[in-house]
Design a protein around this ligand. Structure first.
Ligand SMILES: [Fe+2]
Length: 175
């Protein structure tokens, strides 16, 4: 039979486990919803990062140097977003992506493992992917602002601008 003190300790431990990050933090419901939307974004960002690097590595044609360097700049920018997203999930009390397999289960941006992709098709595909990312970011923005997650909301606003800039460069380079 547990003593009264032991019971109180057990209850406290249970409450601590049920809590998110802080007593005045997000509700478990909000942590769940925010984690789902942010982890999907994180998977997309990793998929887009690797595809941008893939095309950076396999680029060919008369504009090789320009496109090779453009995609490297874009990949660096995309990679930086990933860490911020994952750490936002942890800060609000959620858990985030743990492996390549986990990313593969969540990603909505498709891989491209083709043996050869022309320079034009690479840029056009990345342009479409970045535009899709903008749509996902806008959808995530609606969730984070409704939950009162102001920090993530303001980061997302910057990521939308960056994705629109990448899409703009890619679009202009293909016409
Ligand atoms: Fe490189």
């Amino acid at each position: 039979m547990p003593t009264h003190t032991q019971e109180i300790h057990a209850q406290e431990a249970h409450l601590k486990a049920a809590r998110t990050t802080f007593p005045d933090g997000f509700s478990p419901e909000n942590v769940k919803n925010l984690s789902i939307v942010l982890n999907a974004l994180l998977a997309d960002v990793f998929a887009l990062y690797l595809k941008t690097k893939n095309f950076h590595w396999h680029m060919s044609g008369p504009h090789f140097r320009d496109y090779h360097l453009l995609l490297d700049d874009q990949a660096t920018q995309i990679f930086a977003i990933g860490d911020d997203i994952a750490e936002r999930v942890r800060k609000i009390g959620g858990t985030t992506v743990r492996s390549i397999g986990h990313i593969a289960r969540l990603q909505r941006i498709a891989d491209n493992d083709k043996e050869f992709v022309s320079a034009h098709d690479m840029l056009a595909e990345l342009c479409a992917d970045n535009r899709n990312l903008v749509q996902s970011l806008r959808a995530a923005h609606a969730v984070t602002s409704k939950a009162g997650d102001h920090a993530t909301t303001s980061l997302i606003e910057v990521w939308i601008d960056e994705a629109e800039r990448r899409a703009w460069f890619l679009f202009e380079a293909t016409r």
